[in-house]
Design a protein around this ligand. Structure first.
Ligand code: FPP
Ligand code: MG
Length: 338
């Protein structure tokens, strides 16, 4: 039967294929670690749930499976790669929520709020090493494990850069984009490259799929920045404007501040306050960002990086079905709030 190619369906299929494997990886962990990780995914202690609906969107898993298919492999050849990138992603979220002091994840209390910071750090460590363990046991591990490890080093550097630039009003758009590439682009790039490796793709094809993932990651992060300011928390599972409240220099903010206008000056003044912005100040900041052109500039960046992703996808000479599914996924990821 022909597959329909809407982005939501693509993600649902990835969740159905990879969710049970993710659960079995977590089920293999020692009891305390397993229970802590299970709580993060929203799985009750000791139970193997029938659904995986609360465990995330499975974007990275979908990219690994479809990149494998795009490179003329069978998607099942990339199942381990798909599980590995989901494990790394969830490990990074556990640590990121502690670093950001974020209390809500996927509409539930973040794990550090639920079981404390030490448990959440350890759960993140466990998921990260479970990813390496899984990939080490899969075919072509000599090619895939170094890719995953290099990705995690880049991810850490990206998170470091993100933390350091958070409150500086002199942060430029280029810096924000570099962080988006390092923090989000690298794991999406890695998912695509691991999928290509699972299909035993040539270095050139793997590089184009990697560039596809990297550009998609930047577009995805830029779209995330828009959602923080103008999205709805029912859609995102995260509190609205939490980045803005914390004076975080996202792309819309950096682009707005780069303009020479009264709105940019007022925005800078708001961001230079010592205390977090209250609801009214957040609303004012959102209006100023829009007035100073930050929303439009970010929408432009989303489109530019999504187009560049699709250009690399073409250069990878993708198998037809996978090409359609990946194109639908790009559309879905850059228009998440509709
Ligand atoms: C979310 O960003 C965070 C990341 C994309 C990367 C975090 C990376 C690390 C903590 C280093 C890697 C660590 C391990 C253990 C693999 P965000 O805060 O902008 O997004 P959010 O709103 O979803 O929190
Ligand atoms: Mg965060």
């Amino acid at each position: 039967m022909a597959r329909t190619h809407d982005g939501a369906g693509v993600l649902e299929r990835a969740a159905a294929a990879v969710g049970p494997l993710l659960q079995s990886q977590v089920a293999c962990l020692a009891p305390r670690t397993r229970d802590a990780c299970g709580r993060h995914f929203g799985w009750p202690a000791g139970a193997v749930p029938a659904t995986v609906g609360s465990g995330g969107k499975f974007v990275r898993a979908a990219l690994a499976l479809l990149s494998c298919e795009a490179a003329s492999g069978e998607p099942r050849m990339a199942l381990t790669a798909a599980v590995a990138v989901e494990l790394v992603h969830n490990a990074s979220l556990l640590h990121d929520d502690i670093i950001d002091g974020e209390t809500i994840r996927r509409g539930r209390p973040a794990l550090w709020v639920d079981i404390g910071v030490p448990g959440a750090i350890l759960a993140g460590d466990a998921l990260f090493f479970a990813a390496v363990q899984a990939l080490t046991a899969a075919p072509r591990w000599e090619r895939s494990v170094p890719v995953l490890l290099a990705c995690v080093q880049a991810l850490i550097e990206g998170e470091f850069a993100d933390v350091l630039m958070e409150s500086s009003v002199d942060t430029g758009e280029d810096q924000v984009l570099a962080v988006a590439a390092a923090k989000t682009g690298v794991l999406l790039a890695c998912a695509c490259e691991l999928g290509a490796i699972a299909a035993n793709a040539s270095a050139k094809r793997a590089a184009h799929l990697r560039a596809f993932g990297s550009n998609l990651g930047i577009a995805f992060q830029n779209a995330d920045d828009l959602i923080d300011v103008w999205g709805r928390s029912e859609t995102t599972g995260k509190p609205t404007r939490s980045d803005l409240r914390a004076h975080k220099i996202s792309l819309p903010v950096a682009a707005a501040m780069a303009s020479i206008s009264p709105a940019a000056r007022e925005l800078r003044a708001l961001f230079l306050r010592e205390t977090p912005l209250d609801e009214e100040q957040c609303a004012r900041a959102a209006a100023l960002i829009e007035e100073a052109g930050g929303r439009e500039a970010t929408e432009r960046s989303v489109r530019k990086h999504a187009d560049e992703a699709l250009r690399h996808l073409q250069l990878a000479a993708p198998a037809k079905d996978a090409e359609q599914a990946l194109t639908a996924l790009v559309d879905r990821l850059v228009h998440r709030d509709r």
